[in-house]
Design a protein around this ligand. Sequence first.
Ligand code: NAP
Ligand code: F7E
Length: 339
Amino acid sequence: MKPRTALITGITGQDGSYLAEHLLDLDYRVVGITRRTSSHADGRIQHLGDRVELFGADLLDQTSLLSIVDQVQPDEVYNLAAQSFVTTSWQQPVLTGEVTALGVTRLLEAARLACPTARVYQASSSEMFGNVTETPQNERTPFYPRSPYGISKLYGHWIAVNYRESYGMFVTSGILFNHESPRRGREFVTRKITHQVARIAHGLDRELRLGNLDARRDWGYAPDYVRTMREMLQRAQPQDYVVATGETHSVREFCELAFSEVGLDWEDHVVRDPSLLRPAEVDCLVGDASAARRDLGWTPGVGFADLVRIMVEADVMLVARELERRPTDEPLAAVPKWR
Ligand code: NAP
Ligand code: F7E
């Protein structure tokens, strides 16, 4: 039997890399879109070698998307590409809108024109709930985004709904709450904490500068979440789902646990830096994933304490390997800081 073909945008990102692994395990032909950069961005998928096929394309460029979808004729399209860092969305609001909002329309147009039977997954986000109007948040909770990122995701969400309703395409949105892993970008708070904890544990640094310690998030483990993306595309009818653990924890709690993993007291190292506060904050998110539990068999495999442990252990090993590789008389370079 011909293998199913999946086209993944954002394959070089955290979720794209785990989804590619998952689909390869299920014997899919996996095709990924990568944009041209001056240095290689394929660190998270290098281990997959030529098991994935990569094509150059960009969510900013309609022709490239149309051409890839036409050539590949995918059974399933996963739109994971985005400018996904909330802080950057205030610094680059127009770019964020072009990629994270209009990029969805470009990809949907490519599918509509070149392969309308493809089933499309859109990566929606709990950031669309923003200044929440009810707790916990489910598929019927009204949206109130609080950043150019959240607003762009909301556009992407509604254009996905609209293509489903206008053209009868199989388009579905997963409204995923925060999910993390050792492959998380170092600018996001969980990975920023675990990587700095590892550097402090190895004696390379003393402090960790953070913004709002009171913010609360529903944090899960990324490999668990990518499986639900595929499940959503196997349903008889397209439907949007919230995917979350149902637990919420503060940035402070994450710090406490992460430092305790290496036998340190977070209060000796964490410095509050007002320059890291956001122009508008999302104070507390917690999801109600009852529908995903019922229809998709969703269950979060890794709980909060295990997530923190997995990430700290991975970063402690990563920093140890970096230390082993450096010439003995050279200090390990400081990590560039994200604002
Ligand atoms: P990520 O690690 O930041 O990955 C983003 C991906 O998008 C990267 O592969 C990046 O390519 C690609 N990309 C950025 N701009 C592009 C462009 N103009 N054209 C083509 N590709 C472009 O994000 P993630 O954490 O894996 O998240 C995956 C998706 O889920 C994103 O849409 C995100 O907004 C959404 N989401 C994430 C979470 C979460 O907690 N992780 C929760 C809800 C929703 P480069 O490698 O070249 O930069
Ligand atoms: O911030 C607070 C910050 O950047 C979490 C993306 O994947 O999930 C992610 O968005 C919280 C915020 O993720 C620092 O103010 C404190 O309240 O890790 P984050 P995010 O903004 O929740 C959603 C679901 C997505 O869709 C996004 O793509 O932590 N915080 N101090 C800090 N955050 C950062 N980054 N750095 C700090 O120093």
